[in-house]
Design a protein around this ligand. Structure first.
Ligand code: B12
Length: 225
């Protein structure tokens, strides 16, 4: 299969929620010499966006969206080792940094967060992944426990975006805000929102997130480990 055919087959596997086939196709695309980041973006995440809009139009049901997400996870698992290599070569360098990452309270979407975490690990950042549905107090505890100098939050629901502000405020109340740089992300998050809640920046995709974290890390963080 050529590139276009492979991307078409990946989209079909994701829409049909066929995790086994999605994983196999990710391997086939790598063997065909396609760029792992492009496979992720053109093959998997764009298919998931398509699934989201089908669901919005009532053309798919929630269990089908869940199966599609599982298919993307199967693809991501195959791509992960090669994505790490791609992230390292595109971003360059290694930094002695610790990033606490999590999807905020009330939200269980984790595919985007996992992609960002994988790419960060690839450039030598130690990622403390708190998982999903993470309360503000857990972000605070983890920053303190691990001496983190970076915080990454993800939210995919407009209803959970306010929880990001709560994390910023909780870090402030704990006296930890000055020691960390905070990045927020997820499909509904905008630059204006990031500014409004007092975060240090946002990015729309994995490579953008990598660049953002690198530029934030380059700025002096008082009290950083
Ligand atoms: C897959 C999916 C699910 C899966 C999640 C599986 C999982 N393990 O993550 C399941 C089926 C479980 C699900 C459930 C629900 N979902 Co949903 N879901 C999606 C879908 C289709 C794709 C999300 C995704 O993974 N995208 C791919 C990733 C790679 O993109 P991403 O997350 O945006 O991440 C990238 C960037 O944003 C950025 N980024 C992400 N995080 C971070 C963090 C930092 C620090 C930085 C810098 C950057 C960054 O980089 C990432 C990599 O490129 C979206 C549709 C969409 N258009 O987003 C709906 C969507 C988000 N879901 C939606 C809804 C409503 C729900 C439910 C409420 C449905 C329901 N009735 O139960 C529940 C919510 C449950 C909950 N409490 O969280 C709505 C949200 C609407 C809104 N405005 O709030 C959407 C938009 C669908 C729609 N079109 O209506 N969902």
């Amino acid at each position: 299969m050529d590139g276009a055919a492979l991307y078409g087959a990946i989209r079909a596997a994701v829409v049909e929620g066929d995790a086994e086939r999605a994983g196999a196709l990710a391997g086939e695309a790598l063997r065909a010499g396609l760029d792992p980041l492009e496979i992720l973006d053109r093959g998997f995440t764009s298919s998931l966006r398509h699934v989201g809009s089908c669901w919005e139009k009532g053309e798919l049901y929630l269990p089908e969206m869940m199966l599609a997400a599982e298919a993307v996870k199967a693809g991501l698992a195959v791509l992960k080792p090669r994505l790490s290599a791609a992230g390292a070569s595109k971003a360059g360098g290694a930094a002695p940094l610790v990033c606490v990452m999590g999807t905020v309270a009330g939200d269980i979407h984790d595919i985007g967060k996992n992609i960002v975490g994988t790419l960060l690990e690839a450039i030598g950042v130690r990622v403390v992944d708190l998982g999903t549905d993470v309360e503000a107090s857990r972000f605070v505890g983890a920053v303190r426990e691990h001496g983190a100098n970076l915080v990454g939050m993800s939210a995919l629901l407009t209803s959970t975006m306010p929880a990001m502000r709560q994390v910023v405020e909780a870090l402030e109340a704990a006296g930890l805000r000055r020691g960390v740089r905070i990045a927020v992300g997820g499909a509904p998050v905008t630059k204006a929102f990031a500014q409004e809640i007092g975060a240090d920046g946002t990015a729309a995709d994995g490579m953008g997130a990598l660049r953002l974290f690198q530029s934030l890390a380059a700025k002096e963080v008082p009290g950083a480990v």
